[in-house]
Design a protein around this ligand. Structure first.
Ligand SMILES: N[C@@H](CCC(=O)N[C@@H](CSC=O)C(=O)NCC(=O)O)C(=O)O
Length: 276
């Protein structure tokens, strides 16, 4: 573990760390915000998963989350969106390969050795965080777009592991989204049955825990109709009687300006579950 950045922030510290990820076979960076409470006590952790093209930097520099984490005594961990670097496979376009890991474990030969973001986010990163920072065992997960879907999918696949889950503008049904279809075909192959294990809308019917899903979605989001399709998740939740609060926010787009406008509400939601 190597500390890359450290900044005083709302009475705590915003740091960036680098480490060698064994699940991904490459060096990785992550952001960690330590609230002032972490100087004297263990704190619960909220994991954040970003969207296409992002690194660990987008959330820590644009969302304005630190002030709310300081208020509620939460550690924030911002993961990168894929393995990276020379020797890691990549592809043309911003929506596949580096910067576009989709938080799954790839099975196709080109990608399978490195693109294991599911194992990284669920197991390797939390083990590292718990070993190096003053954490309690209470965890929550959230994210945006590709990462919003990643948070929902990971929570649905891991009953009991997260106290709460939320998402901004998730790619709610990736098997029915051009972004998701491109990525799932490349990482998992043509067999759509294999996709169901990585698609939150397909998973919700079989979820063993009714962890409530909180979603905020901008009403003027340019990707809402062609890519995000939260209505498909809403129907799946209704059929499965799975609790979902889907809030459409008129006037907001897909950007971090939207996230910054509502991140305080999401952090308060997670704090209630994590401190309860
Ligand atoms: N560059 C592309 C769109 C890329 C984009 O909008 N990325 C979003 C996430 S989209 C879904 O996962 C993002 O978070 N970008 C980073 C940011 O800081 O805004 C295009 O131009 O169409």
């Amino acid at each position: 573990m190597q500390k890359i950045e450290s900044h005083a922030c709302f009475g705590g510290r915003q740091e960036v760390w680098s480490h060698t990820a064994t699940t991904l076979g490459c060096p990785m960076r992550f952001g960690v915000y330590l609230p002032p409470q972490a100087e004297r006590e263990d704190c619960p952790v909220l994991y954040w998963l970003s969207g296409l093209t992002c690194t660990e930097q987008n959330f820590i520099t644009k969302a304005g989350a630190q002030q709310y984490a300081a208020e509620h005594g939460l550690i924030l961990v911002a993961a990168d969106t894929s393995p990276r670097g020379e020797g890691v496979p990549d592809a043309e376009g911003y929506d596949l390969g580096q910067g576009a890991g989709f938080y799954l474990n790839a099975t196709r030969p080109k990608w399978a050795a490195n693109f294991r973001m599911y194992d990284y986010v669920v197991d390797e990163l939390p083990a590292l965080v718990d070993a190096h920072f003053p954490t309690t065992s209470a965890r929550a997960i959230s994210g945006h777009s590709m990462g919003g879907h990643g948070a929902l999918m990971i929570a649905l696949k891991n009953p009991g592991r997260y106290r709460s889950v939320s998402a901004f503008s998730p790619i709610a049904a990736p098997s029915h989204s051009p972004w998701g279809e491109k990525a799932f075909t490349a990482y998992l192959g043509e067999d759509r049955e294999a996709w169901k294990a990585w698609d939150a809308t397909a998973l919700v019917g079989g979820a063993r825990e009714k962890l409530p899903l909180l979603i905020d979605q901008g009403g003027e989001d340019e990707f809402l109709l062609p890519q995000l399709k939260p209505e498909l998740l809403r129907v799946a939740c209704e059929v499965a009687k799975h609790p979902l609060e889907l809030r459409i926010r008129p006037g907001y787009d897909h950007s971090y300006y939207f996230i910054a406008s509502y991140i305080g509400e999401h952090i308060a939601h997670h704090a209630r579950a994590l401190h309860g």
